[in-house]
Design a protein around this ligand. Structure first.
Ligand code: MV4
Length: 447
């Protein structure tokens, strides 16, 4: 096992990784920007190295600075967390070349899934159901129109290097497709330096359901159930739950079995998430995330598996602690993402935390790097805490969540805690029938 791990991230996830390391007897190195010198992940780590000024491209995205910190501290492995460099194939490659271990999948798998066109053709090859579409890049407007006619409108144009919702255009007719095509290409070029786009049938009211997998170097591949991430706004997830309230056990069994077979065939290593859209009883692959995800705690609560510890064991070449597939699931878990944001504009709104009373009691977990007196810096994303609850049924879980939200006090910064409380009183959420458009229409109705 590693003696020392460098954590190439900040905030709650840096702390989450630190905690896993400590429980495994591993010493930790925090890296931080000048703006994060007083951050909790820095205070708690065994060692800390400042890697640059506040802007992420000069610090948390600064590959040479991070590698120097690893060298300087004699770290053996690097955990990238989520965001920042977590899905940067070059970073994973250089780490390997320099003799460190990247805690994540092979660079080839990161690259393969980063190109959404290649990801879809790979998904088809390994037996995952995909959305009817162009099967590759569309290079001319004529090609786009003929492909759309075969598939049928409405269609959606997506950027090959996109993902997470950036650079998508929906068209309900040939006229709309003609108008959208060049815009989609130039937006893709501007955002990702890659103008390639592809086309899919547009699903109008899907749910977003994703499957957590783990695979080790000993040939074990396990699924750890699904997460329902349909409660989102502008492609930012707001609340996630496990299991999905709309799946039958039969549907779940089939989905998990298909994913287990697919990942075995792919030869993937580490933690990964396979994202699907679900509509009218059918699943369609959209993307695969080759990292630990923000919402991983709901899977940890319903499986009892420590995903970060498993990632570390896998990277060290050890077998996972749990290898029986599928992993047994128990109860229900919901995560609320607490953001420091303006309640009207929903734009990030930094500030200094005054009072801080975290919720507690049975079945309550808070993943956060907040403390009284902490100043939320303006340079990074708005997420400041995740409130995760677990109970034996969804109904109990909703009651527990309501109780925990009422207890949680974060003074001095404006948060979306009130929004979570409102969502909990909404019928479509209570009965579990909400789709990916629910939150946006709910919030419009509120204004
Ligand atoms: C779609 C879709 C409807 N039809 N693809 C957005 C994020 C990216 N991962 C894929 N996305 C979508 N792809 C087809 N063929 C609708 C979305 C979508 C969405 C998906 C998941 C969660 C939230 C979303 C919000 C808007 C659109």
């Amino acid at each position: 096992m590693f003696k020392k791990i460098l954590i190439a991230n900040r905030g709650e996830i840096a702390l989450r990784i630190h905690r896993a390391c400590k429980e495994m007897g591993i010493s930790t190195v925090a890296v931080h920007s000048e703006a994060d010198a007083s951050a909790l992940h820095v205070k708690l780590a065994d060692e800390a190295v400042c890697i640059g000024p506040a802007p992420a491209n000069q610090s948390y995205l600064n590959i040479p600075a991070i590698l120097s910190a690893a060298e300087l501290t004699d770290s053996e492995a690097i955990h990238p967390g989520y965001g920042f460099l977590s899905e940067n194939a070059k970073f994973a490659e250089i780490i390997k070349e320099l003799g460190f271990t990247f805690i994540g999948p092979a660079p080839e798998h990161i690259r393969q899934m980063g190109d959404k066109i290649e990801a879809i053709s790979t998904a088809q090859r390994i037996g995952l159901p995909t959305i009817p579409g162009s099967c590759g890049a569309i290079n001319t407007i004529e090609e786009a129109i003929s492909s759309a006619e075969k598939i049928g409108y409405p269609i959606i144009l997506k950027a090959a290097s996109g993902g997470g919702g950036k650079g998508m255009k929906v068209a309900h007719s040939e006229g709309a497709l003609r108008a959208a095509y060049n815009i989609a290409r130039s937006e893709a070029k501007a955002a990702f330096g890659d103008e390639r786009v592809y086309l899919e049938k547009y699903l109008q009211n899907p749910r977003h359901i994703e499957v957590q997998i783990l695979a080790d170097t000993h040939g074990n591949v396990i699924t750890l159930g699904e997460r329902d991430c349909s409660l989102q706004r502008r492609h930012q997830k707001v609340l996630e739950e496990a299991p999905s309230p709309i799946l039958t056990q039969k549907q779940r069994d089939k989905l998990l079995y298909t994913c287990q077979k697919a990942i075995s065939k792919l030869g993937y290593l580490g933690a990964g998430t396979i994202e699907f859209l679900y509509e009218n009883g059918e699943f369609f692959f959209i993307e695969m995330n080759t990292r630990l995800q923000v919402e991983h705690p709901v899977t940890e609560m319903t499986t009892g598996v420590d995903l970060v510890q498993e990632q570390i064991r896998i990277a060290a070449g050890l077998p996972m602690k749990i290898t029986k597939n599928p992993v047994a699931l128990r109860g229900h878990s919901i995560e609320c993402r607490i953001n420091a944001e303006d309640p009207i504009t929903n734009l990030p709104r930094p500030g200094t935390v005054t009072d801080y009373y975290p919720a507690g009691g049975p079945g309550v977990r808070i993943d956060s790097a907040l403390y009284p007196g902490y100043s939320v810096p303006p340079y990074y994303d708005a997420n400041i805490a995740k409130l995760i609850v677990h109970a034996s049924t969804r109904e109990e879980c909703l009651k527990r969540l309501k109780r925990a939200l009422d207890e949680y006090i974060i003074g001095g910064v404006t948060t979306n805690l009130p929004l979570h409380k409102k969502v909990l009183n909404c019928d479509a959420f209570i009965n579990g029938t909400y789709d990916i458009h629910f939150l946006e229409s709910f919030m419009k109705q509120e204004d």
